[in-house]
Design a protein around this ligand. Structure first.
Ligand code: ALL
Length: 387
């Protein structure tokens, strides 16, 4: 009787599922061995002591058959069984990663910015080509500065039990705590586009792989190109992105290095928070304060477009050069028309795809060590666009 109880205990379905999930390939031989010895006790020994009724033998045979079959059922079930552990703990377990088609959340910034709609399209295309590999959830915010909303989206994705979050953080510091929560809940996190702050990551004891371009070099290439059209001593102004974003500061540094090398003076540098309207207002006041301004270097194309509108309104389109960053279609049009000088293409459509590929690797093996991946950034001029 004791042996029978042990058999039932060892075949408890929850126990089977737990072991099965961890070691699907070693489970079967172990179980099979245990069951054979138990079968000997149950079937052979009692038969030798006294004869049993036919019905009882049939029942025993049925029982023996079920002993042999159950581990096989458990083994086969490894690949298909829906995980139950996430429902109770909120944790994404290794088992969930292996047994389900992973759900990956792409969390971006302002979808009003073509850079991010291009990024979303690239990611959706990749998912459509790999629909058997993963599911994609695409999110974004309305306002470039709405950090609270972006953090709330991350929380929602944790609650939705996605396996991975690929995020272009609106701020390099403020998003770190919510991403720590995501990692604690077992969600893979990959950082794309705007790098999270190394010191804050360290303070939070977090390691998150980064996929994105070298923004300093990209901006320097744009600035170096602009310098060819200016003279030493000329005055220029910079429109910065959000100051707490790493890519924004790197682009400012890249512009500064290029201007310094060409002995061009930066007479004004202000943040327009990546936005066209703010850039328009700030550029208009820069033009007012510096009548002899020769160029405006904008850290993204949205702000460059705001500057172009300010130049037009001030009737200075032919006097002041404008450069940007992103290579969105409106900037391409302006470059072709000659109202804007250059921009940088950081291949937004590919950025998310690279991030998703990283996320997939980590979902499959969370112990994989992934180095930061530097993605290409190219100078875009009229010459290049007309090729
Ligand atoms: C950055 C991107 C873009 C973009 C900006 C606006 O992270 O790299 O250049 O224009 O976000 O949110």
């Amino acid at each position: 009787m004791q042996a029978t109880r042990n058999v039932f205990r060892s075949l408890d379905p929850i126990d089977t599922m737990t072991i099965c999930r961890r070691e699907p390939f070693t489970l079967y031989p172990i179980r099979f061995h245990m069951n054979l010895s138990t079968i000997k006790q149950l079937a052979v020994k009692p038969l030798a002591v006294k004869p049993l009724a036919v019905k009882s033998i049939a029942l025993k045979l049925l029982f023996i058959a079920s002993m042999l079959a159950l581990p096989v059922v458990g083994l086969v079930g490894c690949d298909n069984r829906k995980p139950t552990s996430t429902a109770t703990t909120g944790q994404v377990t290794q088992a969930d990663r292996v047994t389900e088609k992973p759900k990956i959340a792409l969390v971006m910034k302002s979808l009003a910015n073509e850079f991010f709609s291009t990024m979303a399209e690239g990611a959706k295309k990749h998912q459509a080509q790999n629909s058997d590999q993963y599911e994609l959830v695409v999110n974004g915010i309305k306002d470039e500065r709405d950090l609270a909303r972006q953090a709330a989206i991350v929380d929602e994705m944790i609650a939705a039990k996605v396996q991975a979050i690929v995020i272009a953080p609106a701020d390099s510091k403020a998003l770190v705590p919510v991403l720590r929560r995501a990692k604690q809940a077992g969600v893979v996190v990959v950082n794309i586009d705007n790098k999270l702050d190394d010191e804050v990551l360290k303070a939070e004891n977090l390691s998150v792989p980064f996929v994105g371009p070298n923004n300093l070099l990209g901006a320097k290439a744009v600035g170096d190109h602009l310098a060819k059209f200016l003279q030493a001593g000329d005055k220029v102004a910079v429109l910065e992105g959000i100051r707490t974003s790493f890519n924004g500061t790197q682009r400012r540094l890249g512009f500064e290095q290029a201007m310094k090398a060409a002995q061009i003076q930066i007479v004004d540098s202000q943040s327009a928070n990546w936005e066209t309207n703010q850039a328009n207002t700030i550029a208009a006041s820069m033009l007012n304060s510096h009548a002899d301004l020769k160029a405006i270097l904008a850290a993204n194309d949205s702000m460059a477009l705001g500057a172009l509108a300010a130049l037009k309104a001030a009737n200075k389109s032919n006097d002041v050069q404008v450069v940007g960053f992103d290579n969105i279609s409106a900037a391409q049009d302006a470059i072709r028309q000659g109202t804007m000088l250059a921009t940088a293409d950081q291949h937004g459509d590919q950025l998310a795809v690279f991030g998703i590929e990283y996320a997939m690797k980590l979902v499959q093996d969370p112990d994989t060590k992934l180095l930061d991946r530097e993605t290409p950034v190219d100078l875009i001029t009229a010459e290049r666009l007309n090729k």
